[in-house]
Structures are given as structure tokens and as C-alpha cells.
Design a protein around this ligand. Structure first.
Ligand code: BG6
Length: 444
């Protein structure tokens, strides 16, 4: 049976995201067993209780029979994250050689190099890395280009690229996948998806929440590393990439890579394209230095240096403690001189295409269409489709991610080159900011 080994099985990510997602997969008839592995000493019974508790907050609670059946697939091994601990895992897996079932390892642990290295060496020493194994790894993938490369090298030594699943849960969001279809399943967009028609693009990831209790992590990361380096750059790549040759993961990665490779600050200029801010009260948060100059909001104005995109400013922005939680992509089309309206008083509005990834989950297209032959002015109207209003059910991103991981489909996962290119740009930007951080940082 497909075996899912979860490192960090008693941690927050597992409880908040992974168990509810596994439950949804189980309901959707996926067949697997889960072996939780962590340092916390727990019995399998304690572990099953922990998993059951994590499902209590779900809107649609499991029935007693469902829960019983689900939990029967869960067992637990406690041990250290090294060769010795993993030997205990191996005996619990009751493996007869050769391993005849898919083995999926998922690292829901802090992405710290020594820890990951110790786990991977442990898996290798216990002959647990075979053709049918794969590894899932959470963000942050490295702290900069160098640490990401170190991590990629380690993974590449023990796994082939098609066994490595680097997760960016934004790509697993339903609306982001719908964006893919919107762009490539509708031939009307392709001819206008370039600098002749598009004036500018903005991608915003705003959050109402503060950093909550993540001060330790956030002081090292800041908004640029936490969100822009991964989620925002991935949304940018998805929005601007050319049509892939086919629907296979490799073709999608290839097109995203072409974008990431040509990405630079707008006009190849420096600081005027960068803004960093910090919310009032950040310095009083737990584990935050009282004189911290870490940014909790940031925006970058970028450009893709290709004939198709040169000259189109693409702003990616994010922030904690912003008025409203929303993630959206806004495409502003160019205001063209339309000779029919030249001699009228009418100031035609530009066309806009708006994609709300969350929370509204809608798409809107602004068109100039309200018109009569007396006033002669064409006024804008919004065409809107709300996925949620239409009873469209989005799967949770982690359910999508785990399902694709189980089925070994890498389309929504990141490959090593994408990670390296994203860090290359972000390292450059952070190096520009570093000597002037104090001066640049505004409060909000
Ligand atoms: C995570 C960041 O990757 O994404 C968090 O580390 C952020 O800081 C979160 O809050 C946002 O995800 P979502 O799906 O809630 O928009």
C-alpha cells in the first residue's frame, strides 16, 4: 500500500494542514497508510488521538465510522532524526525486500540543512531510498541562493529530480490552477498577452494577520523572503509564461524558467523599484528585536527582459497587517486611441482583467459597453464570474498538493532551477537594500 511517512508528525503544519487534507483524500477514496515519525514520544493511540483532534475544527466533521476507518491507517514511530532513529522507522515499516510499494516522505519540519541532511543520510543508510520513493519538502527552500543550492545538491545526491517535490502551496490553490486554464484554454487571450496590449500588471498578496507567534522565523525571513521570493514570483511566472508545449510538468517548468531567467528590476534600475515597510508594533512582537529593521511589507517593480514583455512594469507586493486579506492579479490593458471616439468628449477607460485568487475567488473583465447614440460615451461595465457564488468547490491547497505528490505529478511543484533563479533575483535585491535598510524602511 502507498506509504506516507511524515517527519514532524506532531508539529503545527501536520495538525493544521496535512491531516485535514489527508482526510479529504481518504474521503475521495485515495488509499494510503500514514506512518508518523517525530521526536516526541507518543504511542500510536496518542498519535491517532492527535490526528482526530486536528479534524475537529473542520466544518464537515467526520462521522464516527469514517474516523475509525481513517485512523486505522495511522501508526507512529518516535525516534531521533538520524540513522539510528530511522532504523526504528524501517522496522516499523515491515519492509520485505525489495520494496514493492510507493514510499512518500514528507518533511513537515523546520527546513534546516543539518536536520534535513541527517534525515536523508538516515534514509539512505537504511536503504529506504528506492525507485518508488519520493520526497516532499516545505518552504522556505533555503535562506538565500547559496543555502538553496546546498540543499538542492544534497537532495540531488540521493534522489533524482523526478523524486523531489518542492512545495509552494500557492500553486496548489484552486484559483491559480484555474488561471492556467483561463490563459491557455481560451485562444482569445494569447494574441493580447504582451507589451503591445498590456500596460502593467500588479500582483498583491495582502494579509490581515500579524506575524503571530512566528517572530523567530520572521526575524530571519522578512516579507521579501517569506512571500515575494516564492509565492509572488510563482504567480508572476504563471501569469506571464508562454504556452507550454504540452501539459506535462517538464514543459510547464521550462516555460516558467524562461520567465524567471529574464526577470529583473524595472528598467534594470535599482532602489526606486523597491519599497519596504514595517507595521507599528512589530518590534513588540514575541521573539522580535526591539530595534528590528525587518520588513513586514514590501513591493518590487519588475520587468521581464524579453521582446514580449519588455517595458511592462510588473509589481509584486505583500504585507502583514494590511486592512484586508486578499490575493489578486490585476492586468491593466493599454488605453488605445480609438478613432471612433476621438471627436467625442468621452474619455474611454482602459480595459482591466482582474483575478482574485482569494478570498472572493472571482474573475472580472472591465469592458466599455454602456452606450447610446445620443450621449456617445461608452461607459465601463464589469463582467464577473464568482466561482464560489456558483457552488464551485475548491479543494484545499494541501489536498491538491498531497494528491499530486501521491500520483507523482510535478506540475504544481518547483524544480531546482526555478528555486535557484528566484533566489538569484532576490539575493540581488536584498543586497541592494542591505546598506540602506534603516533609511528605506517606512512604518505603517
Ligand atoms: C506562508 C507564509 O508561506 O504563506 C505565511 O510563510 C503566510 O507568512 C502564508 O501567512 C499565507 O498563505 P495563505 O494560503 O494563507 O494565503
Amino acid at each position: 500500500m502507498h506509504t506516507f511517512v511524515l517527519f514532524g508528525a506532531s508539529g503545527d503544519l501536520a495538525k493544521e494542514k496535512l491531516y485535514p487534507a489527508l482526510f479529504d483524500l481518504f474521503r475521495a477514496s485515495e488509499i494510503f497508510r500514514v506512518v508518523g515519525f517525530a521526536r516526541t514520544p507518543l504511542t500510536t493511540q496518542d498519535f491517532q488521538k492527535l490526528v482526530a483532534d486536528s479534524l475537529r475544527r473542520r466544518r464537515k466533521k467526520p462521522t464516527t465510522t469514517e474516523l475509525k476507518k481513517f485512523l486505522a491507517h495511522f501508526s507512529y514511530v518516535s525516534g531521533t532524526y538520524d540513522t539510528e532513529g530511522i532504523a526504528a522507522l524501517r522496522s516499523a515499516l515491515k519492509i520485505d525486500r525489495p520494496i514493492a510499494f510507493p514510499l512518500s516522505y514528507y518533511l513537515a519540519i523546520p527546513v534546516e540543512y543539518p536536520l534535513i541532511r541527517s534525515i536523508i543520510l538516515g534514509l539512505s543508510a537504511n536503504q529506504l531510498i528506492v525507485g518508488q520513493s519520493a520526497i516532499g519538502i516545505e518552504k522556505p527552500f533555503g535562506f538565500d541562493g547559496q543555502s538553496a543550492t546546498q540543499l538542492n545538491r544534497l537532495l540531488a545526491k540521493y534522489f533524482t529530480e523526478d523524486q523531489i517535490y518542492r512545495i509552494d502551496h500557492y500553486l496548489a490553490k484552486g484559483m491559480v490552477q484555474d488561471l492556467f486554464a483561463l490563459r491557455f484554454a481560451n485562444p482569445i487571450f494569447e494574441p493580447i498577452w504582451n507589451n503591445r496590449y498590456i500596460e502593467k500588471i500588479s500582483i498583491d498578496i495582502c494579509e490581515e494577520d500579524s506575524i503571530r507567534n512566528r517572530g523567530q522565523y520572521y526575524e530571519r525571513a522578512g516579507a521579501i523572503r517569506d512571500i515575494l521570493q516564492n509565492h509572488a514570483l510563482q504567480l508572476l511566472a504563471f501569469t506571464t509564461m508562454a504556452t507550454p508545449r504540452d501539459l506535462n510538468a517538464a514543459s510547464i517548468h521550462r516555460e516558467k524558467i524562461k520567465i524567471l531567467r529574464r526577470l529583473r528590476l524595472f528598467g534594470d534600475n535599482g532602489l526606486e523599484n523597491i519599497s519596504i515597510r514595517q507595521y507599528h508594533g512589530y518590534q513588540n512582537e514575541k521573539f522580535v528585536a526591539p530595534d528590528s529593521i525587518v520588513e513586514t511589507a514590501a513591493s518590487l517593480r519588475l520587468e521581464i527582459d524579453t521582446p514580449q514583455w519588455r517595458g511592462v512594469p510588473i509589481t509584486i507586493a505583500t504585507g502583514k497587517k494590511i486592512a484586508k486579506r486578499t490575493t489578486d492579479i490585476l492586468i491593466h490593458f493599454k488605453k488605445k486611441q480609438l478613432y471612433l471616439w476621438d471627436k467625442t468628449e468621452c474619455d474611454l477607460q482602459e480595459n482591466l482583467f482582474y483575478i482574485n485568487i482569494q478570498p472572493e475567488n472571482d474573475i472580472r473583465l472591465r469592458l466599455n459597453s454602456e452606450f447610446n447614440f445620443k450621449d456617445l460615451c461608452a461607459l465601463p461595465v464589469d463582467l464577473r464570474f464568482g466561482f464560489l457564488d456558483n457552488q464551485y468547490l475548491f479543494m484545499d491547497p494541501y489536498e491538491n498538493a498531497l494528491r499530486d505528490f501521491f500520483h507523482r505529478n510535478q506540475s504544481i511543484f518547483l524544480n531546482a532551477t526555478e528555486i535557484a533563479l528566484s533566489w538569484k533575483l532576490i539575493d540581488h535585491i536584498l543586497a541592494l537594500i542591505a546598506p540602506r535598510r534603516q533609511l528605506l524602511l517606512e512604518t505603517y
